[in-house]
Ligand binder design. Sequence first.
Ligand code: GDP
Ligand code: MN
Length: 381
Amino acid sequence: MLKLLEYEAKEYFKKYGIPTPAGKMVTTPEAAREYTAELGKPVVIKVQLPVGGRGKAGGVKFADTPKEAAEAAQQLLSMTIKDLKVEKLYVEEKVDIVNEIYLGVTVDRNSKKHVILASSEGGMDIEEVAAETPERIIRHLVDPIDGLRSYHCYYIATRLGYSGRKMRQFGAFIAKLFELAVGMDAELTEINPLAEVEDGFLAADARLNVDNNSLFRHRELEEKLLDSYQGEFSGREMEAKEKDLTYVELDGDIGIIGNGAGLTMATLDTVMLQGGKAANFLDLGGGATSERISKAVKFVLSDERTKALFVNVLGGITRCDHTAQGIVAARKELGSEKPIVVRLMGTKEEEGRAILKENGIDTLDTMEEGAKMAVRLAGGN
Ligand code: GDP
Ligand code: MN
């Protein structure tokens, strides 16, 4: 799940016409001072980190003048919250809040529908409200056929106690947030607090968590996902992600390639049972072409810790002859002498084995035999 920071989420909020206070992301006290002067109003300054509860952790400060804003920014930029160093701040005009509301859209897994959550008890302690007085949170399931109609939105607004103009404004607000949730493939979008002000409503905070599996529809967010992986994955794992390979590094010396998560894990287990240690494993996934297999084999062989490679493929949509061609092509291109052990079974098995044999690569009949051989060739026992 890709969690956008508040200032990033607010860019999408604006795109979808959701009213937000004027604001700007800054990284220095000087920039905080300048923007506050430009606004000519008191401001709120908030740390931008991918964690909740900033307010309670001291990551939200108010400032009335540009000078105070610079001081507050200076303090915030020296903070570390939940082990994360503060590097970005959002400076936003401070609004006069009449009431703090909670509004969110998420997906209800049981009913497989979007659910709209609303409460007039917004602010920092919505979790407490949910735990202690769940009846104060209104839940509206959106029928996927019927969709969200304006009368649904008005009804929710009414239940929060609004009537007349405020009801229409709040109803329109819900409709826009729902449009954003659907348009951005959000697993969760949330505003807490949604500020009720004298003449309407404003998103004072913003959360937008996007489903990773939808990123092909939101290419501009893909880079962010890769960035958010920094530190969590090794350099080679990052490289694999960029190459669209499912690859995990371990600390042994045998490279493992399988097709499908189940088979790949079973291969890993079998190698361990035979006394070996995997250097890594790579799951080809379904329906791999010879190009993809070649790319995968090259990637695993080029890990200098890989002493031997065990390829275990069950031919189905992925064909054994394509697998063989991919392995042979990869070895030729790399000019690698590292031993490769292959076990192939299924679609075009005979053809696959023949191709490998011609190129001096032996195939084994079972996963156990393959694993045993790989362990031996890696120089273990
Ligand atoms: P969070 O603690 O990470 O959720 O950060 P928020 O952005 O929600 O801010 C925390 C709290 O600061 C809110 O619940 C509000 O009470 C207060 N706050 C934030 N923005 C404003 C504002 O513009 N005006 C006022 N009066 N209070 C604000
Ligand atoms: Mn909040």
